[in-house]
Design a protein around this ligand. Structure first.
Ligand code: NAD
Length: 320
């Protein structure tokens, strides 16, 4: 099967490429390298990489020629930055998704869309179920609601098989700790390993349903099979266990790294939500999703990876 992975040089996209290549698929990677890096793909030279911008319909159309499935993971993904640059987020995330869908229709390809738990906003009731109406609190979340709506419309109007996966806080090896908008787990792990003070925004009681990368990859493989009952649907992809507060998370990482960090407390971040907790029964029913990696084990693997990565970087400081 020929599969196009957009956002291939990013965190989730590069893991998808590795799994697809391991299973013998013909993989095309598409990324503008604005956030991602080719270093994430060095161990999968089999991927035919195309540097391109999702906002350019012609480039997207060319990349998709001959593809059977698109795992659409190219996007701008920082909630905080989306509050500063809402137009750019809309261009990349909404117009970019539209370009993928138009090309997928031409090629008779299926599309798995990477949506987000952020579409739910703050709620009175948890766990979150797909029948709750979206309440986006940030421009980023609004782009994901729009992307899902286009995916459903492309299925209803043109019969393009689509599934939107609503990811809940993905983490694991390879996640970029460097950017100003890095996610909490790579920030905490690298701070602890470096002996610096990690930053906690708000009171740290905000809780998240953390989902290990291997479970996200498994969900994509299942969704790519496009079971009839899943077409046009949006499904939660969470860790399958109760959420972890940011304070608890830091304690767990401190234990795993053998450190006693002194967190710096900062005001809550704009657009942030208080809690996330997925009900994953629909994903179990529609695509057979069954997450296998609990947070303790996922964090252990992640810390291990960062340790090895840091020592490899020290051994070759020029990054070669
Ligand atoms: N990581 C999470 O916790 C999480 C949670 C929910 C949803 N998601 C979604 O999953 C997808 C992948 O996220 P990720 O964590 O791997 O992020 P990432 O930033 O590592 O990967 C996104 C990739 O998209 C590329 N990109 C950005 N703009 C582009 C453009 N105009 N044209 C082509 N490529 C472009 C970037 O260079 C990057 O490599 C995104 O759609 C994101 O919104 C992620």
């Amino acid at each position: 099967m020929r599969v196009l992975v957009t956002g291939a040089a990013g965190f989730i996209g590069s893991h998808l490429c590795r799994r697809l290549v391991a299973e013998g698929h013909d993989v095309v990677g598409f990324d503008d390298l604005s956030e991602g890096s080719l270093a994430n793909l060095v161990d999968v030279p089999e991927v035919r990489f195309i540097q391109g911008d999702l906002r350019e319909s012609e480039a997207v159309g060319k990349a998709l020629v001959g593809c059977h499935v698109v795992l659409h993971h190219g996007a701008m993904r920082s909630v905080q930055l989306s509050v500063v640059e809402p137009e750019r987020f809309t261009d990349v995330n909404v117009l970019g998704t539209l370009n993928v869908l138009v090309a997928a229709r031409n090629e008779l390809a299926s599309v798995v869309f990477s949506s987000s738990s952020s579409i739910y906003g703050n709620r009175e009731r948890y766990p979150l179920t797909e029948d709750m109406e979206p309440r986006p609190r940030s421009p980023y979340a609004a782009t994901k609601v729009a992307g899902e709506a286009y995916c459903r419309a492309w299925f209803e109007s043109f019969g393009v098989p689509t599934v939107s996966l609503r990811y809940f806080n993905v983490y694991g090896p390879g996640q970029n700790p460097g950017s100003q908008y890095a996610a909490v787990i790579p920030r905490f792990v690298t701070a602890c390993l470096a002996g610096s003070d990690p930053v906690i925004y708000g009171d740290g009681q905000q809780a998240r349903d953390f989902t290990y990368i291997d479970d996200i990859v498994a969900a994509n493989m299942l969704a790519a099979g496009m079971p009839q009952r899943a077409r046009g649907q949006m499904v939660n992809i969470g860790g399958g266990r109760s959420p972890t507060s940011v304070n608890e998370l830091l304690s767990m990482i401190a234990r795993l790294t053998g450190t006693t960090p002194r967190p710096v407390r900062m005001p809550p971040q704009e657009g942030d939500i208080r809690r996330s907790e997925a009900d994953i029964s629909l994903a179990r029913r529609l695509i057979g999703y069954d997450p296998g990696v609990p947070i303790q084990e996922g964090l252990r693997r992640t810390v291990e990876w960062f340790r090895t990565f840091n020592s490899a970087q020290r051994a070759t400081p020029d990054g070669t």
